[in-house]
Design a binder for this molecule. Structure first.
Ligand code: ADP
Ligand code: MG
Length: 475
């Protein structure tokens, strides 16, 4: 199967599982550039932004689909395709209705203007220039890891060797270690920087064993000046890889080459790892990354908005920062989703849409500050119109929308909530309510009220909405 055929199969498999607009946005002009002997399928993407997005969102799906059609594929890597590669016609054209594509293209153009490549710096293929020391936001909690990274980048092979960075998932280890690599390349253009994940190292070892090329493996990294290995907890229980790593590590270390390691735990907690390795990992500088405090989280969100060239209401950023407390990656995920959704829906982001995304992602047990919306519209309702107004405000609609004939689902929904609340709170007759809603029939109102009654028993979100509106109108 050619690369192009493989990619067509993969996309066919993915398409039904991804919203049409997203599918078009992210997979237009993508291609398979290579399937290496190691089993790494290299996917070419049109931009850095698309690269980040596809990797974060669809990596597993892509790998699964690819394996189905080519069992040789073991992992997926993403690269921004060069002009020559683009010109080879490897990319798969996704054709949808013209109108739809136009809409999507607009979104894509908005997305792509961000993040420019560093000026004239040759970046190592494995490094992503999205990660650098300047866009790593420093707060109280990560001051030390950041300072250590700066020191290493200024003087590789100096006193902070090896530098060992650990912390829970999504707290910026990969960002920091890649940033060190980028910075070293920038400061010392002659130095050879090698970044790889421990997982990748293991698969290289496995491959070398398979081909009986172990002897040459030892020399593989000999010319490297700065060796960055991500997620070394992956070496646990992989004995021969540990051995190889041990040799590589010693070889480099003894020649004063800089080594930077990351892991999800402290060196002493690396179970199933050779004690000699653990000892060596702890010899230089060991720093822990912690989840940033609220203020830093807000600063990170602001920084990301800047990268996405998007301006978002600070209240919304605080709201997200308040609710996402365990991972910076999730913080970023909510923001990205919020931006993407609001661009697709052509609506400006709101606390409400952020709350929905957080709830959907299931990232917060209880959403803090959700009633902020309700507080904004606090007033005493004396009559039906006050309630209609409160409902309209809450759902970001106009009174005319609710009283009119708009049959969009969200409008109809809000209209029914309004009818229900007026009935409940003011005890108006169905007739009168119907009259207030553009002369609707009393049976329509009755049905709406009964439906709401019933829905409120099982739809938690509706209940929260109704309660929030109720509090807002202080009936
Ligand atoms: P880890 O490797 O620890 O799982 P990553 O380095 O992949 O985490 O970080 C997840 C995301 O969070 C990345 O997009 C990274 O840019 C972002 N991030 C983490 N910490 C910071 C920070 N202090 N400033 C800016 N972005 C950060
Ligand atoms: Mg990582």
């Amino acid at each position: 199967m050619s690369h192009k055929e493989l990619w067509i199969q993969v996309l066919r498999r993915l398409q039904p599982t991804i919203k049409k607009a997203y599918f078009l946005t992210w997979f237009q002009s993508t291609m398979v550039l290579d399937v290496k002997d190691s089993g790494e399928m290299v996917v070419g993407v049109p931009s850095l932004y698309a690269q980040g997005w596809i990797r974060d969102k669809y990596d597993v799906k892509i790998l699964q689909a690819a394996q189905e059609f080519d069992p040789k594929v073991k992992s997926v890597a993403y690269e921004v395709a060069s002009e020559e590669e683009k010109a080879q016609g490897l990319d798969v054209k996704l054709v949808f209705s013209e109108e739809f594509e136009k809409k999507v293209r607009k979104v894509r153009n908005l997305n792509e203007v961000n993040i420019s490549r560093g000026s004239g710096v040759v970046s190592s293929q494995m490094l992503n220039d999205r990660y650098n020391l300047n866009n790593f936001v420093v707060g109280q909690e990560n001051r030390l890891p950041h300072a250590a990274a700066m020191a290493v980048a200024k003087m590789p092979g100096g006193i902070y060797n090896p530098l060992y960075v650990y912390g829970k998932v999504g707290l910026g280890k990969t960002h920091l270690v890649q940033a060190i690599g980028m910075e070293i390349i920038r400061n010392f253009p002659d130095k050879v920087v090698k970044y790889l994940t421990a997982e990748r190292f293991v698969s290289e070892v496995v491959e070398a064993i398979g081909r009986r090329h172990m002897s040459s493996f030892k020399d593989r990294y000999r010319n490297v000046d700065c060796f960055l290995v991500d997620d070394i907890q992956f070496f646990a229980r992989k004995d021969s890889s540990q051995q190889e790593f041990f040799h590589t590590f010693n070889e480099l270390y003894n020649h004063n080459k800089q080594v930077v390691l990351t892991s999800d735990r402290a060196p002493s907690e690396l179970d199933d790892l050779d004690v000699r390795l653990k000892d060596r990992f702890g010899m230089g500088m060991v720093v822990e990354l912690l989840m940033p405090e609220f203020e830093t989280r807000v600063a990170i969100l602001q920084r990301k908005c800047q990268e996405y060239q998007t301006i978002i209401d600070p209240d919304i950023l605080s709201f997200i920062a308040n609710n996402i407390t365990t991972s910076v990656r999730e913080l970023e995920g909510v923001l990205k989703q919020l931006i993407a959704e609001s661009q697709l829906a052509k609506e400006s982001p709101s606390i409400r849409s952020a709350a929905e995304i957080i709830r959907r992602m299931n990232k917060a047990q209880e959403i803090i500050g959700y009633d902020i919306e309700a507080k904004r519209i606090q007033r005493v309702a004396n009559n039906a119109l006050d309630i209609v107004r409160a409902v309209a405000d809450y759902y970001r609609l106009s009174v005319e929308d609710l009283q009119g004939d708009d049959r969009h689902k969200n409008v109809m929904w809000a209209r029914q909530v309004g009818m229900y609340l007026i009935r409940k709170e003011l005890g108006e007759s169905y007739e009168k309510i119907g009259h207030g809603f553009g002369g609707r029939n009393h049976t329509t109102v009755m049905h709406a009220c009964n439906k709401m009654e019933e829905m409120l028993r099982r739809d938690f979100r509706l209940l929260k909405d109704v309660n929030a509106i109720r509090r807002g109108i202080q009936v």
